[in-house]
Design a binder for this molecule. Structure first.
Ligand SMILES: Nc1ncnc2c1ncn2[C@@H]1O[C@H](COP(=O)(O)OP(=O)(O)O)[C@@H](O)[C@H]1O
Ligand SMILES: [Mg+2]
Length: 575
């Protein structure tokens, strides 16, 4: 049964002009015009039987025509120009092969002048939205919620397409991004060999538990004191995994006049230290090809000792000994290094003990963060809590995990590859716009830009989530093919989303500031239609970052809270 049943006399108007996908309708029925709203759907008669074109209203105008002032006293005040501008978005076919009522994003025909145009509402709308729902995204259904246009119609996305070419989830704080992410995670978790890493910066996703989900935490000072390890779901990310660039940005102050020398010595000595590690361990096969960036452990104390020697080295002079070439030039780098090593908050880098400099440790780490449940019995979605990582090194550390994931994918023979998604919450914090000056963020940006550009080849998908689209790296954003845009109040941020939407949908973005909490505009190749969707509540809700000040100021304060805070602060321990 065809779902549309329009009578000619219900038409809202006729096609007045067609310009590829943009169509102008001359609206004859003024009563109907009043009901028309931007972003609602319309149906156009097609020249082919059994087909209807579907359009999105982008503009509605009602003007008095200019004719009433022209010439010889004719004053036709009733002459009005009622127009409705629409963008064509697809075709509904009554029959396609063996299937009935199939919606396709392609335009099989263009409308003819004077073709009838109908508003899509009531039963026709319900029927259409149901049709969209039942298409179920070719059996790869990912559901976020229901269409705002019809609350009974489930909005399905194509799960393959959603992850294939990166997605962006944006919205002002409190718009519902984290709940949307939780909803996505919930559905991913059902897939038996799902593989994903969630960068959880505030421990917000800790309530997400259950089959398919694994909670991990980057070691904080208390974890290190208690000697908690990977067996306790505590993650160490040892210094030797950092790339050379990352180590330099951590230890060398670029404003130091000796910075180039320090970086050069650092490269040379790390190379030597890694070589020594490989020689001592008898790893001749690795030795043949390794570089300073190879994931090979090295002894940090020995490196430090060596740097100290170079810093005070005396060499034979003409008559007496004289200062070596780098005498005193490494002093600041050495003290930086020493400070970092003894910084309790950086224990996850430097205080992992003997285990983490064992040659086999990298396999254990990758098995935990990139394994699927069928490989190691641990769940495939790893929510990694970075809440105890100091903010100044956050980009380095988050990107370190991303780099491990990308490298593993890259070095997996293609026949053995298993895709992985990286869900990057609060992405503006570690995936910012590139600044002109060299900065520590560059290391992180380099890695994520690389993944954005090449990830698809190696089965790495990015889901970038941010409350500040305007502060997120543009190269990464421009590689995203799917957008879940929630309420956005800031004009600059709206502008970014507007630019990313296809031109024809420019007007669609006008509703961004008015979206309800938990409502989203979903645009991209994973969605049959650019749609406004009310996101379903996830079963397990993320911790809300929302503090109810007014309520809390009416409740009793907790005992000893200040004493506890000061004590923790001194001990650098939250307990
Ligand atoms: N889909 C939804 N349905 C109903 N309420 C929601 C939905 N999404 C979010 N909310 C409400 O909004 C609050 C903030 O959502 P959250 O996802 O934490 O926002 P964000 O991550 O964008 O800052 C939640 O605590 C919840 O009360
Ligand atoms: Mg959030």
């Amino acid at each position: 049964m065809p779902i549309f049943n329009f009578q000619d006399n219900e038409a809202l108007g006729k096609v007045a002009s067609v310009d590829t996908t943009n169509v102008v309708i001359d609206v004859e029925n003024v009563e109907l015009l009043k009901r028309l709203q931007v972003n609602r759907l319309v149906v156009l008669q097609s020249s082919r039987p059994g087909q209807h074109l579907i359009g999105l209203i982008t503009q509605v105008t009602r003007k008095r025509a200019l004719v009433d002032v022209i010439g010889d006293g004719i004053n036709d005040s009733s002459s009005e120009l009622n127009l409705c501008r629409i963008t064509l978005i697809g075709t509904l076919l009554d029959r396609y092969g063996a299937k009935e009522n199939v919606f396709r994003r392609t335009l099989e025909t263009v409308p003819e002048i004077d073709a009838n145009c109908f508003a899509l509402e009531g039963d026709n709308l319900t029927g259409f939205m149901r049709t969209l729902s039942s298409i179920a995204a070719d059996g790869n259904a990912l559901t976020l919620g229901k269409y705002t246009l019809d609350e009974h119609a489930v909005a399905y996305l194509n799960g393959n397409k959603f992850f294939q070419r990166h997605a962006f989830i944006g919205g002002s704080t409190g718009a519902g991004k984290s709940w949307t992410v939780a909803k996505i995670i919930e559905q991913m978790a059902v897939l038996p060999t799902v593989n994903a890493i969630v960068f959880d910066l505030h421990g917000e996703y800790s309530p997400l538990v259950g089959d398919g989900i694994q909670q991990l935490k980057v070691a904080g000072p208390a974890d290190i004191d208690a000697k908690r390890s990977l067996d306790d779901d505590v993650l160490y990310l040892p210094y030797w995994l950092l790339s050379y660039e990352a180590l330099v940005s951590l230890f060398v102050d670029r404003s130091d006049q000796n910075a180039p020398n320090q970086a050069m010595i650092m490269a040379r000595e790390i190379n030597a230290a890694k070589r020594k590690y490989l020689e001592d361990g008898g790893h001749a096969d690795v030795l043949a090809h390794f570089t300073v960036d190879s994931p090979v452990p090295f002894n940090l104390n020995e490196l430090l000792q060596k740097l100290n020697e170079i810093n005070i080295e005396m060499v034979p002079g003409a008559r007496t000994e004289k200062q070596g070439e780098y005498f005193g030039k490494l002093a600041r780098m050495i003290s930086r290094l020493e400070n970092k090593i003894s910084d309790r908050r950086l224990g996850f880098l430097f205080s992992g003990g003997k285990d983490v400099i064992d040659f086999s440790w990298l396999e254990k780490l990758t098995s935990r963060i990139l394994g699927s449940s069928t490989e190691n019995g641990k769940a495939g979605i790893k929510i990694i809590d970075f809440s105890e990582v100091p903010s100044d090194v956050l980009p380095l550390i988050v990107s370190l995990v991303a780099r491990v994931a990308f490298s593993v994918q890259q070095w997996t023979p293609s026949a053995l590859r298993h895709p992985v998604a990286l869900l990057c919450d609060e992405a503006h914090l570690y995936l910012p716009q590139r600044s002109m000056a060299d900065s520590a963020d560059d290391v992180s940006i380099d890695i994520f830009e690389r993944i954005a550009k090449e990830g698809r080849k190696y089965g790495v998908s990015l889901i970038v989530i941010s409350q500040r689209p305007s502060e997120v790296n543009k190269t990464v954003l421009s590689q995203c093919s799917n957008f879940v845009s929630m309420r956005l109040t800031n004009a600059e941020d709206q502008g970014v989303i507007k630019k990313l939407l296809p031109d024809s949908l420019g007007g669609f973005s006008e509703i961004l500031p008015t979206l309800d909490t938990g409502e989203a505009l979903v645009v991209g190749d994973a969605s049959l239609l650019p749609s406004r969707i009310r996101i379903d509540e996830p079963r397990n809700r993320p911790n809300s970052g929302t503090v109810d000040f007014w309520d809390q100021w009416q409740s009793p304060v907790k005992d000893k809270r200040l004493y506890k805070a000061v004590d923790n602060w001194r001990k650098q321990n939250i307990n």
